[in-house]
Design a protein around this ligand. Structure first.
Ligand code: PLP
Length: 396
């Protein structure tokens, strides 16, 4: 049997998506790419729950490239940014900002925690009082290294009191966690194709508010050309108007798949609010069922109570078990991931539960069974079947 890929990205994709991205590469001016690209841009606004005037960007690249694009398009060297730091990917954002010459302030928490909203309010407020206001606030919606989700809505609210532009790294969250770009008033919400969006790796995706685009227009130091929003803007506008245009070759196969996956995400209802609420609820239910299963096996989570993401579980190894568990789970036909946060790397494993696989409960049960069998193979005494029972009781 082909192993089941249950890491926090890349993830399993639907058969329709797999079909759409395979096959001979279509040209970037072919009618099918033009139509798929145009539809995908329109549907991104709906999945992001963004305003009609918000601008989607689809650029060949990774999540890291999407982060770089946000950093270099919004801030000039010498400007100030606040990083709400929840782990590995927030550190990366901070490093990118520093390389851009931005003055970075980190608000950090211990691994598994998140800075409190009131600490963020205080940091933003006192910077404003000292007449050294932050130009932008950066946060990781779900930090994939710890499985922690921040309260994006509250953070945006705190930032907006002082009109601070907000950027959320949604690479492990977008289309799996609630995010209302328009009603919350976010500046940029970015992701990559291989996570909850449900495609193979290769696309950097983001939706940008008009205010954030204004920040790009006002820059004195232009961003690198390949990630310049003003280079890509006319291309996005052309494809949305169903005209081809060229700046740098789009990843045409992936764009065919993007059109399909966004339509699958929105298929639940013609009303995007309802479609997205249903989609997020499914992620929530699955996450709760996975947690019930970990608990039934006596395992503890990395994130503090209440901060657990819906898109992945970061779970501590029990006493006497280490990373050899991952190989044992692999022998059961399921691929899970090791730790990523440098401070606790050897102390936990990660299981992704996002996207298409959630419509296959058998695969989810197969995953908890495999972890249970792996733990037993590692010498832990667990009653066989507890993980599965707990999962099914919770998931229904
Ligand atoms: C995966 C991930 C990234 C990096 O994406 P790449 O495509 O690997 O560059 C950035 N941020 C978060 C939160 C992620 O989960």
């Amino acid at each position: 049997m082909t192993p089941l890929l249950m890491i926090p990205g890349p993830i399993e994709v639907s058969e329709a998506v797999a079909r759409a991205v395979s096959g001979p590469p279509p040209g970037h001016v072919s009618p099918q790419v033009i139509e798929a690209f145009g539809c995908a841009l329109e549907n991104m606004r709906r999945v992001w729950l963004a305003r009609p005037d918000a601008q989607p960007f689809v650029v060949p690249g990774s999540g890291t490239l999407a982060m770089e694009m946000a950093v270099t398009n919004l801030l000039d060297p010498g400007q100030r940014a606040l990083v709400v730091n929840t782990g590995y990917f927030s550190d990366r954002m901070g490093e990118m900002l520093a390389r851009r010459g931005v003055e970075v302030t980190h608000l950090r928490a211990a691994p598994g925690g998140a800075p409190s909203v009131s600490d963020v309010e205080i940091a933003i407020g006192s910077a404003a009082d000292e007449r050294k206001p932050f130009h932008a606030m950066f946060a990781t919606h779900v930090d994939t290294s710890t499985g922690v989700r921040v309260d994006a809505r509250a953070l945006i609210q705190a930032a907006r009191v002082h009109e601070v532009l907000t950027v959320f790294d949604g690479v492990c969250a977008t289309a799996g966690e609630r995010f209302e770009m328009a009603s919350w008033g976010a500046g940029v919400y970015l992701t990559a194709s291989q996570k909850a969006i449900g495609l193979p790796p290769g696309l950097a995706l983001m939706v940008v508010s008009q205010r954030a685009l204004e920040a790009r227009r006002r820059l004195r130091t232009k961003p690198p050309m390949s990630v310049d929003m003003l280079e890509w803007l006319p291309i996005m506008q052309a494809y949305e108007a169903r005209r081809p245009s060229y700046f740098s070759t789009p990843a045409t196969n992936l764009i065919m798949g993007l059109d399909i996956t966004l339509k699958e995400i929105l298929a639940m209802s013609r009303d995007e609010d309802l479609a997205m609420a249903t989609r997020v609820r499914l992620h929530e239910l699955a996450a709760e069922a996975f947690r019930a299963s970990w608990e039934a096996m006596g395992l503890r989570m990395v994130p503090a109570a209440g901060l657990e993401a819906n898109t992945l579980s970061a779970v501590r190894y029990p006493e006497g078990v280490d990373a050899t568990l991952i190989g044992k789970v692999r022998e059961q036909g399921v691929i899970i991931a090791g730790g990523l946060h440098p401070a606790i790397k050897d102390q936990y494993f990660r299981v992704g539960h996002m996207g298409h696989v959630l419509t296959h409960p058998d695969d989810l049960v197969r995953t908890v069974n495999a972890v249970e069998a792996g733990l037993i193979a590692c010498g832990l005494s667990i009653e066989r079947g507890v993980a599965r029972r707990a999962f099914i009781d919770a998931f229904g």
